[in-house]
Each structure stands twice: as structure tokens, then as C-alpha cells.
Write a protein that binds this ligand. Sequence first.
Ligand code: AMP
Ligand code: GLY
Length: 428
Amino acid sequence: MKVLVVGSGGREHAIAQALSKGRDITVYSVMSRINPGIAALSQDYLITRETASQEIKSFCAKHKIDYAFIGPEVPLEAGIVDSLSTAGVLCVGPKKKAARIETDKAFCRNLMKQYNIPGLPGYYIFQGPDEAVAFLKTSSSDYAIKPIGLTGGKGVRIMGEHVDQDGACEYVREINGGVVIEERLIGEEFTLQAFVDGKHLIPMPLVQDHKRAFDGDKGPNTGGMGSYTLPDHRMPFISDDEYNHAIGIMNKVVAALASEGTPYIGILYGQFMNTAKGPMVIEFNARFGDPEAMNVLSLLDSDIGDVIRGVTSGTLDTVQVSFARKATVCKYLVPEGYPDNPHAGDIITPGDAGPALLYYASVVSKDGNLVTQSSRTMAYVGIGDTLEEAEKIAETAAASVQGPVRHRRDVGTVDVLNKRIAHMQEIR
Ligand code: AMP
Ligand code: GLY
């Protein structure tokens, strides 16, 4: 089968890599710039905006593409799946209306409320800054402030963490549009990704991402600096009941979207905060996480072609999906100044990566050199029987890179995991 990957980051390199290991799969790609990893795996590729539906449709027709795997949220919001579907290309990714679960935070919260889906924090929606500021001024609680639309994972400000009340009001004025103001949740975050075929859901190993730019969870939020999974595919600070509760929430969202006449097909990403009251929903994404895709896809044992056929034909319940029972640690290298003032155009030189897997992201190959761009550069994934082993592999590889890039040394360390466990114990 011929499968098109849309997107040019580390997540899409991981998707392309998983596809290239599948039985009888030929990989094609559409990228906004040449990702050297994806390009090397592709039979042919098209460089264009990832939202250029007509051009992408023509590329699919030219190559008789059977399936498309959509990596990022922006083309989903632009309706790439609606467009490709009319050309007979089956997509792993939701249509525009179902993708609103990610692209419209007000829609997501209202859907959860309407269908009585648990895990919904208290929330308030405001269409403009004046009402939102008035609300903030009359309340003494801490809230999370979010623009309604897409922000590349960097649009949230938490009162008591990033801003005080005045800072929150200032931020709302800066957004100058629709905002969701939510109860501030306290706990430990985890990511639950699942394959979804409109009705059925198959969960993947739990992942914990590290959003903050610097070691010790300091600094501004980023797209994600690195992430880990454990051999049992769970997290020690989440009980069986809490895990099952989170799966239940995801299943209810899938059922709600089906009832709305907009069945959800693709990867559903649940970002949860495990709180004293159990898992609460921070947000849903309509795609794989980046970096989280690199953790789970590096472990996928089943044939990805079978999974794609199951997802796109509503028969996922008949597909056996298994992941290796190993730990993974993913560490992203990012340019100096990232995320606020990222430097670009620097040459970097990878050293001996040992057994680590390398996924390219925002980096181009020029005259035989790797040159950084302004977003996350590339990631190494270590796989091991234990977290320690996986972390050591990823850390050694990341530390071997010469040039003006940095990474978080603490991602996936046992020390950080123990802190998470202790934090959860304290909260309970
Ligand atoms: P998002 O862009 O919605 O993934 O949010 C980015 C980050 O902001 C999350 O990973 C959380 O760390 C934090 N966050 C979002 N919503 C809340 C909330 N209601 N309470 C506490 N933290 C939140
Ligand atoms: N790592 C968070 C995201 O992909 O949204």
C-alpha cells in the first residue's frame, strides 16, 4: 500500500519510520521544508504548505496514494481530510469538524459538558477581553488562561505559576479574542494516545512529556522537551482505577463525536492531569503528540499497515496492536534561545549516538551539514529494559552533539520519576 505522511517534524519522521518498517508499504510525504529523515524514507515527496489541499490531492492522484497519515493539527483544521476523502484517499486523521476537539477549546469543553463526560474542570468562555478581565478581577482563585484556537502548545498561562492576577488580565488583553478560563488543576500530567476508528479505541503506552524549557521544570512552556514511557506502559503515580477512568473518558469523547454525526477517525491524544480527584482533562489533540509519537511508535511491534486499515475501515476491534514492553526516553535538542528567541542557521555535528534512534525535526541538510531552524531541532530516543538504561542511551546521544543546541538532561531520569511519585503522594 502507498501511504502519504503529511508534516515535517520529529513526529512525522517517527510516523514515516514506523511505516517504512511495515509490510509492503511505500512511503510518500508532503513537507513544508525538507526533513532529511523523512526525505530519505520517501519514494517521492512534495514540498509545499501542509494546508495546500488541492496540490496535495494532485500529488496523491499522480502517485495513486491509498492512505494518508496526517501529522500536525494545522492541516486538520484546514480540512485536509475532508479534501483527500473526496479523492478516495483514506486518512488517519479526523475531518475538520471532528478535529475541533483540538482546534476549538470552547467546543471541546462544551461537548464534555453536554455529554456529561467526567474529568471536566470548571471553565468559563469569554468572547472578548473586557468580560474576561471583569471576571478575573472579581475572583480570588487561580485559573489557566487559554486562547480558544491553536497556539502550537505555547498559549497557556497559569495563574500562580506564570502570571499573577494583573498578568492574567494583561494576557487576556494581549489575546484580544475568545478565551477559555479554567480552574487551575494541580497534579501530575500524563499523555494517553489511542488509535480510533470512529467507534473503537486502542490505547498506546502512557507517556509523560516535559513542557518546560529547562531542567527542574523551569522556564517557559515549549512544544515539549522530551518524554518517557515505562516497560509496563503505565506510570507508577497512576492507579489502575485512574488509568481505566482516563480510558473511559476517551471512549465517551469518541461516542459523543459519533452521536454528533462527526465520527472521530485517527489518533486521539488525551492530555490529563492526575489530581487528588483522579484524572482531569487538560486538553485533547487530534493527532499524535510531538515528542510522544517518537516514544510509542519506536515500540510498535504490530504491522502499522494493519492498524491503518483497521482505523480507516471501522474494524480496529479485530486488529491486535502490541507494543514492546520496554522503556523509552526521548530527548529533544533545541536551538539556543528556544522557545522565546530561538537562534537559527547554525551548523551542528552529531557525535556517536550509540544505539539511540534519531528523529529529525526542524533542521535542514545544507552542503552536507545539518543546519538548525528556529524550532526544535532533532530528538534521540533510547530504548531499554529499564528507564535508567533508556535514559542513558538518549542522554549519551544528545550530549554527543556539537554546536549551539541544548537539551534537558533530567528528562527520563529516575530522580525526576521519583519526584513525580512523591508529588502525587503528597497530593492524595
Ligand atoms: P495545553 O496547551 O492545553 O496543552 O496546555 C499547556 C500546559 O499548560 C499543560 O501541559 C499544562 O501543564 C498546563 N495547563 C493547561 N491547562 C491547565 C489547567 N486547567 N490547570 C493547570 N495546568 C494547565
Ligand atoms: N507534546 C505535546 C503536543 O504534542 O501537543
